[in-house]
Design a protein around this ligand. Structure first.
Ligand code: AMP
Length: 350
């Protein structure tokens, strides 16, 4: 375990060039911070286009962000790192633990997002309704979704309805070397309804949960299968896949909002008990609304999700809470600013 830097006055907001980096750094700039992007060489062409990025630290590949050279520079410019999905996907938990620079939010909870067992434990403690877990392929007797570990954006997920369909798809993942064994797969009951991603922010300074937006993911190829008539669907062998391509905005029925807030608050409370200091900053409850309007949560993200990129200019919900356009990225920077002003910086990073 490395010694962590303590910050007296953060000056720069830094993040990895991917996922929601544009939103995070735009929000940081709008709140008056310097902005720094740690960026792979091959992505420079994209990120150089944006004037709100003050500095780009170029690296060959994401892992180089962990090197001494990078960390020292981040320290010199008094940075706070904002984590996002790419960081979870590319760095191991112990690598994240060993980053000496302050990370926005509770870095310990990132492990609970990546580890399916811890994830389920926190969702249970939050009293969220979750899909039934199927322990063995021998017990598959209804439509199930089979998932890989980690934040892979739904890549490699497949549907199975019996042992044979499970084995066929698992074998294909084995052949592609996506998995080493079937035990790496996680089987969940498939919940039919509207897949919905609920975007929250918990302020450890104000001690309040804010609901800031909702979205639907648009995934290839599952979301395009409905464009092909049934006869053609049956005659060509189409295997669904769940690779997120983009996000679509969603506004919920107002009568659902009360329970949305209740779920967010229960999640924050449970996280405070299980992973102190708890769920601080942005998070997302991910699930399906069924025909009765009941939400079954199949996942959570314990950091900013890419669906918030929809609302760089604020969302219908942030508009109700703030006078200025408040994206999730800007909300993060705003929290750092008010924590600093109120002398509570220790509450916003670990
Ligand atoms: P995820 O990567 O977990 O967000 O999920 C990728 C895709 O699988 C999304 O389209 C989800 O709606 C879908 N999905 C995940 N889990 C379930 C489930 N238990 N029931 C139905 N759809 C699911």
């Amino acid at each position: 375990m490395v010694d962590r830097i303590t910050l007296e006055e953060p000056r720069t907001i830094a993040t990895l060039g991917s996922h929601s980096a544009l939103q995070i750094l735009k929000g940081a700039k709008d709140e008056g911070f310097d902005t720094l992007l740690i960026c792979e060489e091959k992505r420079l062409g994209l990120y150089k286009r944006f004037k709100f990025i003050d500095e780009i630290l170029t690296i060959k590949q994401h892992k180089e962000a962990l090197d001494k050279r990078c960390q020292q520079h981040l320290q010199d410019v008094k940075s706070i790192i904002v984590p996002h999905g790419t960081m979870i996907a590319y760095f191991t938990y112990s690598e994240i633990e060993d980053i000496s620079i302050p990370i926005f939010g509770n870095r310990k909870i990132l492990q609970w997002e990546s580890d399916r067992i811890l994830k389920q434990k926190l969702m249970n403690a939050s009293r969220l309704t979750t899909p039934k877990l199927i322990q063995s392929k021998d017990d598959i007797d209804k439509l199930c979704i089979v998932k890989l570990h980690g934040a892979a954006g739904g890549r490699g997920y497949f549907l199975a309805w019996d042992k044979k369909s499970f084995e066929e798809n698992a074998e294909s993942l084995l052949n592609q070397r996506r998995i080493k064994g079937e035990d790496e797969l996680f089987i969940q009951e498939y919940v039919v309804g509207v897949p919905t991603y609920l975007q929250f922010f918990y302020s450890p300074v104000n001690k309040q949960v804010e609901f800031l937006g909702a979205d639907i993911r648009y995934e290839s190829i599952i979301d395009s299968i409905g464009r092909i008539p049934a006869r053609q669907q049956l005659s060509v062998n189409l295997e669904p896949s769940y690779n997120v391509i983009g996000n679509i905005p969603l506004v919920l029925r107002e009568s659902l909002l009360e329970e949305v807030y209740n779920m967010g608050e229960r999640f924050v409370k449970a996280s405070e008990e299980l992973v102190p200091p708890g769920m601080t900053g942005p998070f997302c409850l991910e699930g399906v609304y069924d025909r009765e309007g009941v939400f079954t949560a199949f996942e959570f993200s314990a950091r900013i999700v890419a669906g918030t990129n929809l609302y760089i200019n604020g969302s219908p919900y942030s508009e109700l809470l703030y006078e200025k356009p408040m994206s999730m990225g800007r909300r993060i920077a705003h929290e750092i600013k008010i924590a600093n002003e109120k002398g509570h910086l220790d509450r916003v990073f670990t």
